[in-house]
Design a protein around this ligand. Structure first.
Ligand SMILES: Nc1ncnc2c1ncn2[C@@H]1O[C@H](COP(=O)(O)OP(=O)(O)OP(=O)(O)O)[C@@H](O)[C@H]1O
Ligand SMILES: [Mg+2]
Length: 247
């Protein structure tokens, strides 16, 4: 990393659900315009970490600095307003609402300075033409891939500078995965900073610059995507191994 301060710096973060501590003294950093993968098996705490950064999980201590400001005491909408958007695990779209109304939910606290809502819709529709064609359709009747596009589009409605994507490709056909990846590449080239939670090591390391590997609430490995891609300990079946992994 360069000497410039990272865009996102998580320091000594502890977070959990009720009395259960899931994240225990975790630190990581993401530089401006970087794409960083967060890898790890089921139950490692990846989604808990995303929720702790986004403020949707309130039970947390430590520091989450974004663009030089500690987010730890801010509510989720204030974190969105600062430029951090989340595409949650499982998409969490609102099935009875239309595509347009789901998108609107991503912009309800949009600071006026970040653009007019009509322009935000148009930029999302330019990225995802399938959503444009289906703008009046009930979200619950969209295909799985279209629902994931909607979840990403909703996050983009807040004109974020950083996006946290929690397993966005889960259950999608390879063709749709490629389509969404192509759109994420466009967003990267436009300067968006990305934290991608993913269990498919190869996919994540192909897309990202760097990666962290998480196990049992801690970072157990980190490095450039190139270095980790050549790490035999991170072979395709790594996450199928018993908790603790190799070594
Ligand atoms: N709402 C909750 N209440 C209690 N415990 C929870 C809750 N959500 C998650 N946990 C626990 O926290 C731990 C980490 O879960 P988390 O969902 O963050 O893992 P993950 O790495 O995202 O897993 P996956 O890859 O399956 O999505 C697990 O032991 C899980 O049982
Ligand atoms: Mg998860």
């Amino acid at each position: 990393m360069s000497a410039a301060p990272p865009m996102l710096a998580v320091e000594n973060l502890t977070a959990g659900h009720g009395p259960v501590t899931v994240i225990d003294g975790l630190s990581l950093a993401v530089g401006a315009r970087e794409a960083v993968a967060l890898l790890g098996p089921n139950g490692a705490g990846k989604s808990t970490l995303v929720m702790a950064i986004a403020g949707t999980l309130r039970s947390r201590t430590g520091r989450v600095d974004f663009a030089g400001r500690n987010l730890i005491d801010l509510p989720p909408h204030a974190i969105v307003a600062m430029g951090v958007a989340v595409v949650p695990e499982g998409r969490r779209i609102f099935a009875p609402l239309s595509v347009l109304d789901n998108l609107h939910l991503g912009a309800i606290r949009l600071p006026a300075a970040r653009g007019r809502i009509g322009e935000r819709y148009e930029s999302v529709f330019a990225l995802f033409p399938r959503l444009a064609e289906r703008r009046q359709q009930r979200a619950g009747t969209l295909s799985g891939g279209e629902q994931q596009m909607l979840a990403i589009g909703r996050a983009l409605m807040s004109a974020p500078t950083m996006i946290l994507l929690d397993e966005p490709f889960l259950g999608l056909a390879p063709k749709i995965v490629d389509e969404i990846l192509a759109t994420l590449h466009v967003l990267r080239r436009a300067g968006l900073t990305v934290l991608l939670v993913e269990q498919k090591t190869e996919l994540a390391l192909n897309f990202c610059d760097r990666a962290y590997v998480m196990q049992k609430g801690r970072i157990v490995r980190e490095g450039s995507a190139a270095a980790l891609a050549g790490d035999p300990a991170l072979s395709a079946d790594y996450f199928a191994l018993p908790a603790g992994g190799p070594g």
